[in-house]
Each structure stands twice: as C-alpha cells, then as structure tokens.
Design a protein around this ligand. Sequence first.
Ligand code: NAG
Ligand code: NAG
Ligand code: NAG
Ligand code: NAG
Ligand code: NAG
Ligand code: NAG
Length: 696
Amino acid sequence: MHISFLATLGYLLSVTSAQSIFTPARPPSLPLAVKSPYLSTWFPAGSDGGNGGYLPGQWPRFYTGQVLGWTGLVRVDNETFTWMGAPKGIPLANQKSYEYTSSKSIFTIEANKKVSLKVTFLSPLTPKDLKRQSLTFSYMNVEVLSLDGAEHSVQIYTDISAEWVSGDVDVTAQWDFGLMNDVVYHKLSRQNQQKFSEFNDRAEWGNFYYATTAQNGVTYQSGADDDVRGAFVTDGKLPSSNDTNFRAINDRWPVFGYGISLGSVGASPVSTLFSLGLCQDEAIQFLGADGLAILPSLWKSYFADDLAALTFFHKDYPESSKLSSDLDDRISKDSIAAAGQDYAILTTLAARQAFAATQLVGTGDKHYLFLKEISSNGNTQTVDVIYPASPIFFYTNPDLIKLLLDPHFENQESGHYPNKWATHDLGKHYPNATGHPTGDDEPMPLEECSNNIIMVLAYVQRSGDTDYIKQHYTILRQWAEYLVEDSLFPAEQLSTDDFAGHLANQTNLALKGIIAIEAMSQLSSLINKASNAQNYTKIAHDYITKWQTLGLNTADDPPHAVLNYGNTSTWGLLYNLYNDKLLNTNLVPQSVYNIQSGFYPTVKENYGVPLDTRNRYYTKSDWELFCAAIASEKTRDMFINDLARWVNETPTSRPFTDLYQTSDGSFPPGLEFKARPAVGGLFSLLLLEQGKSGRL
Ligand SMILES: *[C@@H]1O[C@H](CO)[C@@H](O)[C@H](O)[C@H]1NC(C)=O
Ligand SMILES: *[C@@H]1O[C@H](CO)[C@@H](O)[C@H](O)[C@H]1NC(C)=O
Ligand SMILES: *[C@@H]1O[C@H](CO)[C@@H](O)[C@H](O)[C@H]1NC(C)=O
Ligand SMILES: *[C@@H]1O[C@H](CO)[C@@H](O)[C@H](O)[C@H]1NC(C)=O
Ligand SMILES: *[C@@H]1O[C@H](CO)[C@@H](O)[C@H](O)[C@H]1NC(C)=O
Ligand SMILES: *[C@@H]1O[C@H](CO)[C@@H](O)[C@H](O)[C@H]1NC(C)=O
C-alpha cells in the first residue's frame, strides 16, 4: 500500500538529480542501521561532507561522522561492482533511486545494465511490542534480478570492518565465526572491554554480530580488507577461513565478509538477508530506589543469550517487517491527511532517529526506556529533550512516556536529588544514570518542573492511569509549588534553549509554567483533590490574565508576543502555547493563537522562522512544528513547507539536525546538533489530530 502510494504520488514530488531519484526527499543523511544510541549508522548526503546520497562510492558513518566500514559488492558474469562503500579499485554500480519510509531505506542500484539490486535497510520500529523493540539489531535485505532478460551468474559480497567495535581505531579487536540454528554469524568485539564507557560516543563494550542464513553458496572469511575483498573479486567466493591474528582495528584493517553465490539469476528476484547489531548484557548504571544498580538490556528478559536473540531476530524478518510496514503506513497516511506530503517528509524521516536515541533496559517486572541526549552533551534522560521528543512517543505508545519518566520519579523520590525543583537529567553522560546527589545538574527549574507535570497529565489523559498521579502526587505538588512561585515572573534562568543564554521574565517560559499549574489542577481533580484543584486553577487563571498584559505587544503592527517582558521590539517562537492544546486546558484565549499565526509569516526567512530576536540566524525545527501544530492552516503550511524544503536542500550531511540557520540551511557555527531525539517533536500535529479523532 505504502510503496504503491509513494510510487504514484511521491514520484511527482521527488527530487531528481543526475542519476538517482530520491523519494519522498533527499535527507541530509540517509538512515541505514539506526536503532539505538550505539547502533546508529548513516550515509552522509548533504554537500558539506556527503556525496549526494549515493550508496556506491562513499563509506557509511556513525552519526558523529566516524567511518564504519560496511561494504557491498556484486559480481556479474565475473565482473565485480561496488554497491556500498568505497573499497579501493572496484568500479561503482549505478544508483537509480532511493526511497525512505519511517523504518526503511530502499536503494535500487544497477550493475553493468545486467542486474538490478534492491537493497533494503530495515531498522524495525515496534513501539508496542517491547520484546522486538528491545533488540538492538537492524536488517539488510539484498534482492537481485536480471534487467536484460538474460540469465547471469551472480555472486554478492558484503563485509563489516572492526571499526564497528570501538571509537578508537588503535585498540585491539577480537572476533569469531559460528553457526547456530541455521544462522551463520561473525562476532566481533573490543578485546579489552570497557563497561559503560564511550570513546567519541561509541560503546566500548558488548559484541557486534553480522549474520546471514546458513545455506548452500554461503562462504565467509575474516582478514585484512584488501585480501578478503580481493578473494571475492578473483574467485566470486571466499575461502571460509579465519584470520586468528587479533590486532588493532587499524592494523591491516580486519574485515568480516560473506561471499554468496546466487547461481544463475533471471527475471525472478533472488534475495539474501543479513542481520547486524550489538548485544550488551549490561546497559545502564542507575541510581534508583535500591541505590546504585546495574540494569541489563531488556532483551535479556526474553532471550537466554546473544545467540538466542540474534537467531530470533534473523528469522523474524517477515513478522518484524510487517509490523514496521504497518507503522510506516500509519505514519505516512496520518501525516498526509493532517497536512499533506511535505509533512510526511518530516515525520517519516524523524521516526527512526527519535527511537534510536532510546534503549529499553531492566527486567520484565521493572523496565525503563532510557534516552541519550545525543550530540548536544550526552546527558542521560534529559527532561527537556524527552519533552520535545514526546509527541512521537505519545502518538505511537503513551506507555513509553511512563517508562521515560519512571527513572526520574524513582531517583528524586528516593532522596537522591537535593533541590526543590525537578532535575535536568539523570547523569552527566550516557549510559550512566547516576544522578546528581549534590544537585549539580544544569539548572532549568521552571522548564523541567513544567515539562514533568505536563507530560504526566498528557500520559494520564491517554492511558487513564490515575494511579500514576497518586503514586507521585507529593513530588508533583512540590514542583507545582515552585511554579506558583516562579512562573509569573520567571527569575533569570535558562530555558531548554540553553545555547541562547540566560534571560529573566521569558514570556514563553512563563507560559509553560502557567499551563503546568493548570495541568496540576487537572491532575488534582483526577484523584479527587478538589480544593487543591480549585486553588491551582485559580492561580493559573490569575497568572494567564496578567501574562497577557506582560507578554504581548498588542500596540505593534502586527501584534506579537515578546521574548521577555517589557522588551517591546523582541519576539520569538511561542512554542509552549502548544501545551494548552495538547492538554485541552483552554487557558489561553484564541486571540493569542491568532496573533501568533498572523505574526510568524512577517518574520520568516528562507528556511523558516528564527527562534527569537537574540539570534536572528538560527531556529529549532521541533519548536517550529510545535508552533505549526496550533497555527492557522496557512501559517502551519508555511512552517512545514519551509522545513521540508530544507530537508531536500540543506548542505548539512549529519543526521537530521533540529538546529539550523534559517538563511542558508547550514549549521550555526560551533553548534552541530545531530541525530537528536528532539525530532520526535515533529509529530506535534499528528498527536493533536489523534486527540481530535478520539483515538487516545
Ligand atoms: C567466468 O570465468 C570462468 C572461469 O574463468 C569462465 O569459465 C566463465 O566462462 C566466465 N564467465 C563469463 C560469463 O565470462
Ligand atoms: C560511566 O561510569 C563509569 C564508572 O562507573 C566510568 O568508567 C565510565 O567512563 C562512565 N561512562 C561515561 C560515558 O562517562
Ligand atoms: C573458523 O572459526 C570457527 C569458530 O572458531 C570454526 O568453527 C571454523 O571451523 C573455523 N574455520 C576454519 C576454516 O578453520
Ligand atoms: C520581571 O518583570 C517585572 C515586571 O515588569 C519586573 O518588575 C521585574 O523586575 C522583572 N524581573 C527581572 C529579574 O528582571
Ligand atoms: C493555595 O496555593 C498556595 C500556593 O501554592 C498556597 O500557599 C495556599 O496555601 C493554597 N491554599 C489552599 C486553600 O490550599
Ligand atoms: C531586550 O532584548 C534584547 C535582545 O533580544 C536584549 O539584548 C536586551 O538586553 C533586552 N533588554 C532588556 C531590558 O531585557
């Protein structure tokens, strides 16, 4: 359904370059194996570091830009061509098209005008199926057929290099090869395991696997890159031998290859499936109710060991692919219905990236979803990153929000955080959620207290789980009290946009706090605390009346909200207004929405509306889409069309940034945000539409 739909409509809207067609758009970086903070492999496309998006001729990279050797070759009637990567001296096959869905990247590549390959990278998305979602593996399916009516003798080759096991190419890798349950696998790891440690954002512990189905025609080899690839070019197969000389990643670059004979290939397609991923028994260090604990990966609760998980995953392709396609179709159809094809360009690109910043950990009884604040600073479980990402989680499975908030409640309710406001994060660096027992986190008191209260109400509205309020009422009230003190006249502090600096009396931040006070009233109501409910709603209504006088400049033509009170010429994206619609708090009059809808088009630049008057040159795409979701149709479409155009045209080549210059679409100097889960916020409009259709 989805494919045929894209084939008819999508192609009309696609971007055509010299050779390849990109559908529905040409992303800055194409997702290949994108499943968790440590399995995040991309293909740079944008002109600033990428090759336009052609799989043959350039190496895949980790989101940081570090090369991950991953090769694809095809041998047709004794002649060999490269379809992925940049191995030396092997001519390139010709890419015809690239298409992405929420879970898949699909390349069509021709070799010598004789055969066509359809290479599908599937990073499964199963938000309601935690067993499958917990597995940090990804698929690559290679389908080959003859193009010219003749039969051709075809062998395919693929390898990964030892670069996958560490961010430091000087360290020693070790490896093994095996067979289990009709699946053959290369296993590779860093020899000196460094549990819970990173090097350049890469995991320095765990085992990587590269597997395929054990069948006739499969050969394998480990060894130096040129030797292994050379053997395939010469013979069309590998000697099925092991290099037992464990050595540094950069010492005659060991690679782990398969050569697979497909025999004689005609018009009916022949396919081969590969599975690739990372197994870590222990995933997170967490300071929770029981003190400091080590949390296993959640898949450990379903599978005895790495190989049980790997072989299940490999054989699960039909079911996993179906579940992912169902979600692909839903996201695509809902997005097009909500705001058209340009909106689907955004949501579809954001889905994998948002989920891939997360990891399911713990046990069947007690599990959590942990999130890495990728690229901005690596913090664990940052509240003001969970919050912008939350629309995709609410839309796909609201229980995931509970799994993200639970560790926060557990840590702060067991006395591990001394401040009266909510903490910013649970650890300075992923995968350590060791908290801030001395209260030394980056302080964003108003921001985080509000975010927590807003997300709890949005969760309860969708789940009906009022027990959740009862369990956490004491600390929710503690945070609400802080909001009562600080929301109307916010002290000089940071908002989530910390790169923009401290400021007192921020109009947008005050609005978030005031809506959160009203949300606290509703939470109180839901558990029959009527007098608290009345008190909070009275305060919120009083504040919002005053806020309209303090925060709006209605004398200007056109009128607009100001960035900070009394600073009449300033303005900014009033994205926290979204919460009033999300929660149905109906606190803010329609006139405020109308004012902002009328204003944004008057300050827009080439690729969008700048974040605020402090920094006219950049904006945040998540916040633009929060504003779009509650704007008039015309203003909404302006935001969406500009951002979709940015996706096609940006020179950036790192995974979908949420921070870019509105003039030329590049990164702001020194601020290279990439692969962040905040792009989950692009689901803002889908979430509101879901609310309207009663599908909560
Ligand atoms: C491929 O090479 C083999 C062995 O050298 C040879 O027998 C065969 O005829 C060649 N096939 C083609 C299509 O050139
Ligand atoms: C996590 O904490 C451990 C000590 O328990 C430390 O060795 C490791 O480097 C930390 N990881 C990161 C990414 O900071
Ligand atoms: C390669 O290593 C694997 C695992 O140790 C072993 O099963 C296999 O027989 C070895 N292959 C050769 C050709 O020695
Ligand atoms: C915030 O605004 C109010 C009202 O304009 C003003 O009295 C107060 O001094 C401002 N606060 C700060 C910290 O500037
Ligand atoms: C209402 O809330 C304020 C501020 O949190 C508090 O000081 C006051 O005691 C509350 N009143 C009642 C009746 O609960
Ligand atoms: C008004 O805003 C501008 C920039 O947005 C800032 O530089 C200036 O300090 C602000 N003035 C006051 C009084 O807050």
